[in-house]
Design a binder for this molecule. Structure first.
Ligand code: HEM
Length: 181
């Protein structure tokens, strides 16, 4: 009988993770662009600020988690990365709640600032769809103590997730403060 190598022994969660990510992404596209408006209660207006705060907290935890694994502090790394996951999950719930009531928000700026905004927004949306399956895979491998695979996936997950969190905050401030001339 062939010996079981560590690769054979590893359950690859690729299909369920991709299916779940595609389902969430399709749901969000429908929610934002096709569902149509519903009358919004006042508290909904506070959600964009909450979303930006969750993104900022997630980015902070990611940086602290990364610094800690580079210093060899595995338990602290795990705590910060799980906190980043919780903040991003809270962001997703709050984002879905906001878009249940609101469609997409138009950016009023013109000229080069509009080009810069759209470049950030499009890369933010595109990479958020890539980040979701990567986050699930990095967590899956970490929580099953498959750290060789975890490290391989997490090296991509970390910068992409950080970019998505930071640009989420930038998009919030751009929509709040930039007006058309
Ligand atoms: C999805 C969230 C996570 C991300 C983005 C992430 C990110 C990373 C990164 C980038 C590395 C490689 C660092 C390097 O270049 O040396 C790493 C390593 C590591 N992570 Fe995570 N991590 C996450 C969650 C976790 C969790 C929940 C645990 C614990 C259960 C964990 C435990 C570890 C360990 C033990 C290593 C060292 C692996 C080795 O050197 O072989 N990580 N992580």
């Amino acid at each position: 009988m062939q010996p079981i190598s560590s690769a054979d022994n590893t359950r690859r969660p690729v299909l369920p993770i991709l299916a779940l990510s595609a389902a969430i992404a399709s749901f969000l596209i429908w929610l934002i662009y096709f569902k149509g408006k519903v009358a919004a209660p006042d508290w909904v207006l506070a959600l964009p600020a909450a979303n930006a705060s969750f993104n900022a907290l997630s980015a902070l935890c990611l940086v602290l988690g990364y610094i800690n694994i580079r210093r060899g502090n595995r338990v602290t790394h795990m705590r910060f990365m799980l906190s980043a996951t919780v903040f991003s999950a809270l962001f997703l719930v709050s984002y879905i709640t906001y878009h249940f009531f609101h469609g997409d928000t138009r950016f009023p700026g013109q000229g080069w600032i509009r080009t810069a905004y759209l470049a950030i927004l499009i890369s933010h949306i595109g990479l958020s769809m890539v980040a979701l399956p990567l986050i699930l895979a990095a967590l899956w491998y970490a929580l099953r103590s498959q750290f060789v695979f975890h490290r391989r996936v997490a090296r991509w997950t970390f910068p992409i997730w950080l970019y998505v969190s930071v640009t989420g905050v930038i998009v919030y401030f751009a929509l709040k403060y930039i007006r058309s001339e």
